[in-house]
Design a protein around this ligand. Structure first.
Ligand code: CA
Length: 225
């Protein structure tokens, strides 16, 4: 389980992050609202925990931007003020839950787990691109079974099919910031995944874009280049 946590109060964030990790929840933390929005848009998270009061881009602005773009990742909003007004605004903007500060981290963990247990929308469990059909429930692509990391990589590409993914991004999103993985992990797993795509009889390629990263290309697109 991986969550994104946007909180500008460093000490609080460190304490909460420590306890979440102890509860086996991988955490990507940032103090910046704009960075948080960027990560939320480009990453694959089970849940987002957003503080409302942030210096530049607020938690509510992040939430609205995500929902406008069709992102349905569960969101828990945090607010220093347990004002009804804040709660209403958060829920109206598409938050799934709301927690007033100060809160017990155990309660936050319980709520994160409750949200992640909810069955995701059916449409999100089957991801398609050209001749690929990925089934997130069974971790299979065109019937070929993927390992957990191969699946996370492929799912990440399929959720952002038009984007070139940098190695650093992939490393952070698949292996997480808390466990430094060797740089060549991405290359190694991309090569595993390419083999699986060939085994799946797909013409989709994971193309290396020099200096930028990797992108999904369908062979017919490639021929037209
Ligand atoms: Ca704050």
């Amino acid at each position: 389980m991986r969550i994104l946590y946007v909180e500008d109060e460093i000490r609080l964030a460190e304490a909460v992050t420590y306890l979440l990790k102890k509860a086996d929840i991988a955490v990507d933390h940032t103090t910046s609202g704009s960075e948080g929005l960027d990560w939320a848009l480009h990453g694959t998270y089970d849940c987002l925990v957003l503080d409302i009061m942030l210096p530049e881009v607020s938690g509510l602005e992040i939430l609205r931007a995500l929902r406008e773009q069709g992102n349905t990742t569960p969101v828990i909003m945090l607010s220093a003020l347990s004002q009804v007004d804040d709660k209403v605004k958060a829920l109206e903007a598409g938050a799934d839950d709301y927690l007033a500060k100060p809160f017990k981290t155990a309660e936050l963990i319980a709520r994160i787990k409750a949200l992640c247990r909810r069955p995701p929308l059916q449409a999100e469990r089957l991801l398609t691109f050209a001749d690929l059909c990925y089934d997130a429930d069974n971790r299979t692509v065109n019937g070929v079974t993927l390992t957990a990391k191969e699946a996370e990589l492929l799912e990440h590409f399929l959720r952002h099919p038009d984007q070139t993914q940098s190695k650093a991004h992939l490393l952070a999103y698949v292996w997480g910031s808390e466990t430094p993985a060797p740089d060549n992990y991405v290359e190694v797993y991309i090569s595993y995944l390419r083999k699986k795509l060939r085994a799946a009889g797909s013409a989709v390629q994971i193309r290396a874009v020099r200096g930028l990263g990797y992108k999904l290309i369908w062979e017919q697109d490639a021929a037209a280049d």
